[in-house]
Design a protein around this ligand. Structure first.
Ligand SMILES: NC(=O)c1ccc[n+]([C@@H]2O[C@H](COP(=O)([O-])OP(=O)(O)OC[C@H]3O[C@@H](n4cnc5c(N)ncnc54)[C@H](OP(=O)(O)O)[C@@H]3O)[C@@H](O)[C@H]2O)c1
Length: 292
């Protein structure tokens, strides 16, 4: 039995779909089994008897975390510590998701797993603290750092762009932050691969879409592909701007491209080019009758 914690979030819902389609047995929980309560976690674990735990729960409001770092730390550090203690007490491997925000964004070459961490935001600090707790408590873990996540469930950049492109004649998008978008399906594909292969190559891994782009270039592709599929119904000019022109409470990393070499070597898992995943995602939106 696989226990998906945080099953009502963007990733947790996609993972639940993917596990169902693959015919794997799983149980999902969200806020009703509070990760801040060890007792609640233990009680539920006694009913589930999990063979795997996948933690998709987190505090993910990046800008709001600047004002409420303690709340973010509770979930992203203490919550993870509770799950890790549960996992070690039951000797169950734990898959946990982390983020490119643990880096300072100053690199100009793809970031390997052992690159120095220097988070510049409250969210990044709390996610790094969660990683550190997990490493200290339970070695049988897979920490997967990902970036620029989007998918059919939850608020995300692709859906926001489609909505803006349908309602405005012009949008401006930052062109000085480089990374790679990650479709939730690609991440859940890796999670299923790790579970199926069941290898003891525990540790920290990076996963994002293959290739790289800026948010502006990503938006241009969303527009081009959206127009082709009539998901964008009228002309909209997409113009570049700088991060300074688009201030946010939490400063975004200028560079967060993740190296995928380690994950490809360990699990022979090759993420698709980000443009191919975007096309598949937009096709899936068409199939479900367009989300927006
Ligand atoms: N989204 C991105 O762009 C991105 C990028 C890199 C890494 N990540 C990481 O990927 C993972 C999944 O992200 P996501 O976007 O799917 O997150 P999400 O949509 O915010 O989902 C998180 C889920 O955890 C739940 N939760 C909150 N507090 C809880 C508690 N005390 N006990 C149990 N569950 C609780 C949330 O409920 P509520 O909604 O009610 O709060 C929500 O259903 C996270 O670890 C995140 O840090 C995300």
């Amino acid at each position: 039995m696989i226990w998906v914690i945080g099953n009502k979030g963007m990733l947790g819902r996609e993972l639940s779909d993917h596990l169902s389609e693959a015919g794997l047995s799983f149980i999902g929980t969200d806020r009703e089994v509070d990760i801040l309560s060890s007792a609640a976690l233990e009680e539920r674990a006694a009913e589930i008897h999990p063979a795997w735990i996948v933690n998709c729960s987190a505090y993910t409001a990046v800008d709001k975390a600047e004002e409420e770092e303690e709340a973010a730390r509770s979930l992203n550090r203490d919550g993870v510590a509770h799950i890790a203690k549960l996992a070690i007490s039951r000797k169950v491997p734990l898959i946990h998701i982390s983020t490119d925000y643990v880096f300072d964004g100053s690199s100009n070459t793809p970031l390997h797993e052992d690159a120095p961490c220097a988070p510049q935001t409250a969210y990044g600090r709390t996610k790094l603290a969660g990683e550190q707790e997990l490493r200290t408590i339970w070695p049988n873990h897979f920490i997967i750092r990902t970036a620029w996540l989007y998918g059919r469930y939850g608020k995300n950049f692709v859906d926001t762009m489609l909505s803006l492109m349908n309602s405005r004649k012009e949008i401006t998008v930052v062109n000085d932050q480089t990374g790679s978008p990650t479709w939730t399906r690609v991440l859940t594909g890796l999670i299923l691969t790790i579970i199926k292969q069941d290898k003891a190559c525990y540790g920290t891994y990076h996963l994002s879409g293959e290739g790289s782009c800026t948010w502006y270039q990503f938006a241009r592709e969303i527009y081009r592909m959206g127009r082709e599929r009539t998901l964008v119904s009228s002309d909209c000019a997409v113009t570049p701007c700088s991060s300074e022109q688009f201030p946010t409470a939490a400063k975004r990393p200028a560079y967060s491209l993740l190296s995928k070499e380690k994950i490809m070597h360990a699990f022979a898992y090759q993420p698709p080019q980000w443009q191919d995943s975007l096309a598949s995602y937009l096709d899936s939106l068409l199939e479900q009758g367009a989300k927006q």
